[in-house]
Write a protein that binds this ligand. Structure first.
Ligand SMILES: [Zn+2]
Length: 399
């Protein structure tokens, strides 16, 4: 029986702090662990030795700033995590270990008109096949992170009616997939997972406050505040697409007029070019043509950037993030879109908020969401399974 404040519970709390820091960072030197957790170097050294003896962490020699150091990561054999991303036109699955290594990854086209049962059946098959390919037993699966392209109702856990996959409204994706795979499933929308993916593996590494902006069929933002995804009590935080830019602008699907989305999302932007560039134009193609110098496409991409920048400026004034990461197809336009975003930010955000902001393209492209799904499991899984081996019942107090 542990009483709060006893040596044993204090020790357990310290173990948890170290394991959590390493779990989210992938690998850290002992000095970095001390900085992140606020524990003394001597305590970190003792705890790392103990976790290494129990097989929870692996310690490898490395160099930090030219000095020899020891890099600590969770043991690759401690368990595996699975990411599943249902996109507008694809299904992507990744298998990773707790040391942040991606062991297997595959994507296949998904028919948007497919029924949810068909979609989950395909996901189950692909997950089972990729786990088998790693040679690691199914019993090592800690959990699955699942990305869906739409808002999840926080109370019921079901997909809202504005989701992009028709016929999925009212489905509980977490129950559906955990019933098939027999492991816990954590679910989130694509913007939040993109933010987590870039935070852990991509352009957001090393920062604690970022906004990930994704422009696709809609416009969404995933917000990371102090290292954590901010969802809000109803799960709708980050609906940047519905910031009003023009009160007399086009009517938006949300019922308001002149939302950011009506100036930036594909279905509003593509018609501007279709009479000159053909009816089968896609955003991907617009970006490609802009890069090749097509003046009309360049103009449209720059205007989209300017409007996104207005939204980002609002976000800066409210949340003061240190980094904004642009994901989705649009990020491929590079400076053609990032330059206008920065211009709008410097025009509309208060200078002190704009000064510390960097606006970067996503580093992960179409993989951001599935890697974010892996990161979601790493973030939600808790440490009890990992600490069982490190801290058996009756472990004597440790100082
Ligand atoms: Zn709207």
């Amino acid at each position: 029986m542990e009483t709060p404040g006893s040596q044993t519970s204090l020790h357990r709390a310290n173990l948890e702090r170290v394991v959590r820091a390493v779990r989210m960072a992938g690998s850290l030197t002992q000095a970095e662990i001390a900085r992140t957790t606020g524990l003394s170097a001597a305590t970190v050294s003792n705890i790392v030795r103990e976790l290494k003896d129990s097989g929870t962490v692996e310690v490898t020699p490395t160099s930090a700033g030219g000095r020899r150091a020891r890099s600590v990561s969770l043991s690759g054999s401690a368990g595996i995590v699975i990411g599943v991303d249902f996109g507008h036109t694809h299904l992507r699955v990744a298998v990773g270990n707790l040391a942040h290594q991606v062991l297997a990854e595959e994507s296949e086209p998904l028919d948007v008109d497919a029924s949810s049962a068909q979609g989950f059946g395909r996901a189950e098959e692909l997950v089972t096949r990729l786990i088998a390919a790693t040679g690691i037993g199914h019993d090592k699966v800690i959990g699955v992170g699942l990305g869906v392209p739409g808002p999840i109702d926080v109370v019921s856990g079901t997909l809202g009616s504005t989701s992009i996959l028709p016929g999925w409204t009212g489905i509980n994706p977490s129950e559906e997939l955990s019933g098939r795979l027999g492991v816990p499933v954590y679910v989130d929308n694509d913007a939040n997972l993109g933010a987590l993916g870039e935070l852990v593996w991509g352009s957001g590494r090393g920062v604690k406050d970022l906004a990930y902006i994704k422009v696709a069929s809609g416009v969404g933002a995933g917000l990371v505040i102090d290292g954590q995804i901010y969802r809000g009590p109803g799960g709708t935080a980050g609906e940047i697409g519905h910031i009003t830019l023009d009160e007399s602008g086009p009517v938006c699907r949300c019922g308001n007029r002149g939302c950011l989305e009506t100036f930036t999302a594909a279905r509003y932007v593509l018609p501007l070019l279709q009479s000159s560039h053909g009816a089968d134009l896609t955003m991907e193609r617009v970006v490609q043509l802009a890069r090749e110098g097509d003046p009309g496409c360049r103009r449209v991409v720059a205007d989209v950037g300017r409007h996104i920048g207005s939204g980002v400026a609002n976000l800066c004034n409210l949340l003061n993030p240190s980094r904004v990461v642009l994901g989705g197809d649009l990020a491929e336009a590079g400076e053609l879109v990032l330059g206008p975003i920065r211009d709008s930010v410097s025009r509309y955000a208060i200078p002190s908020a704009a000064r510390q902001l960097s606006v970067l393209p996503g580093a992960l492209g179409g993989r951001a969401e599935v890697l974010g799904a892996l990161a979601l499991v790493l973030s939600e899984m808790g440490d009890s399974t990992l600490l069982e081996s490190a801290l058996p019942a009756g472990t004597p107090a440790f100082t």
